[in-house]
Write a protein that binds this ligand. Structure first.
Ligand code: ADP
Ligand code: GN1
Ligand code: MG
Length: 367
């Protein structure tokens, strides 16, 4: 029954974008934690991605969509100039029939549509180092292509998104409040986070002192946010553009490592399976540096491993905070999933500490 209502609802929403096309099927798609994504197939054989934007998380849909439309338009020009195919290599926003970039459904839901790009893969786990190299190349290139984008025109879609010291303060407030009486289940994790407190502000301090530049960053560089060609396995398109904002290069690098170079899934209950794959780390680093095209400053290069460690800690803190606050931010399908997610992140950060010298070595320029 729910399924039928869901499909009916989706048909009604889709009508606002393409009134002339009949929806044949609509099914949930992907594994994101925030928005709701559906794959829609229509009578004339077209496929679309229809997304319900999480407006509790993104408070300014108009600003967010303006970012996406302007950035993709800019990328389209760059891709065309370099002889690429803009239809495949970046997202294209499909406006509503009355010319808006999203549709508000009157019940608090905001919806948008992209053409579904055929023949591409979105991986939750790298199958080999070559795939991960490709994703590094794509995110590096993404940053390089946007290097001269007018940063002041971007809306800050989530204020303080990667402000790690602020994430720490929010975490302490959640511990203090302990509204769901869950602190007792997370004593070790809380102690681990507190023991790392000093380190959390290293990158934001460097940025404040002018030693690290702000760049246009993606801010959600999970492996599944790069689409690879299913046949050639070359990276084709960077997606999930909701959090494009000025940020630190090391965080974009680090978030990709956090997700993609972990030998376990983000919510693996057995932390014994968690470790940093140095092979994957090295492959990503090569791809990313190649994609950045020599733009990184020596300080940025030096801080790449620190980006990996700090963002892994930050993500652990975010999952833990959400667990303590009753799981209201990240979508969960089982109890304690956010606590498991937090544990994998902290275990990964601990493994990075063990492998620190090797991580540093792999980001030194080869002479
Ligand atoms: P979320 O914010 O939920 O992670 P994404 O924008 O990353 O949403 O989309 C979820 C999934 O949908 C992606 O991982 C990818 O598999 C697929 N997807 C999204 N946009 C497209 C597209 N334009 N073409 C093909 N697949 C897409
Ligand atoms: C969320 O939407 P998704 O699943 O790509 C989150 C990221 C986290 C990630 C952890 C807007 O990303 O910041 O790193 O989960 N997105 C937002 O898996 O908070
Ligand atoms: Mg995504």
């Amino acid at each position: 029954m729910t399924q039928i209502i869901e499909e009916e609802k989706i048909k009604n929403i889709f009508r606002h974008f393409r009134p002339e096309e009949e929806v044949l099927s609509a099914a949930p798609h992907g594994s994101g934690h925030i928005n709701h994504t559906f794959l829609v197939e229509t009578g004339n054989g077209q496929k679309y991605v229809l997304q319900k934007i999480n407006t509790d998380v993104f408070r300014d849909t108009a600003g967010l969509m303006e970012n996406v439309v302007n950035v993709t338009a800019y990328l389209r020009r760059k891709i065309a100039q370099s002889g690429g195919d803009p239809e495949r290599e970046t997202l294209t926003v499909i406006p509503t029939a009355d010319g808006r970039y999203y549709h508000s459904d009157g019940e608090g839901g905001d919806w948008r549509v992209y053409p579904f790009i055929e023949g591409l893969l979105s991986l939750d786990k790298a199958e080999n180092t070559a795939d991960f190299y490709e994703s590094g190349l794509a995110f590096g290139r993404f940053q390089e292509r946007l290097a001269d984008y007018p940063a002041h025109t971007l809306h800050e879609t989530i204020p303080d998104f990667h402000n790690t010291p602020k994430r720490y303060r929010d975490f302490e407030a959640a511990v203090e409040e302990d509204r769901f009486h869950r602190v007792r289940y997370a004593k070790q994790e809380i102690a681990f986070v507190r023991a790392h407190r000093e380190e959390l502000s290293v990158l934001t301090d460097l940025q404040r002192r002018g030693e690290l530049p702000l760049r246009i960053t993606h801010n959600d560089t999970k492996l599944n946010n790069v689409l690879l060609d299913a046949v050639t396995r070359k990276a084709v398109c960077v997606i999930d553009l909701d959090t494009i904002m000025p940020g630190l290069c090391a965080y974009d690098f680090g978030d990709a490592i956090r997700f993609g170079a972990n030998t376990a899934a983000e919510d693996e209950p057995d932390t014994g399976k968690v470790s940093l794959s140095l092979e994957l780390y090295e492959a990503y680093t090569e791809g990313f540096l190649q994609g950045c095209g020599g733009r990184l400053t020596p300080k940025e290069m030096e801080m790449l491993p620190m980006g990996a460690k700090i963002i892994t800690m930050e993500q652990g803190i975010r999952f833990l905070t959400d667990y303590l606050r009753g799981d209201s931010y990240y979508r969960t399908v089982r109890e304690r999933q956010n606590l498991d997610r937090c544990r994998t992140q902290l275990a990964l950060a601990a493994d990075m500490e063990r492998k620190w010298a090797k991580m540093v070595d792999k980001t030194q320029p080869k002479v």
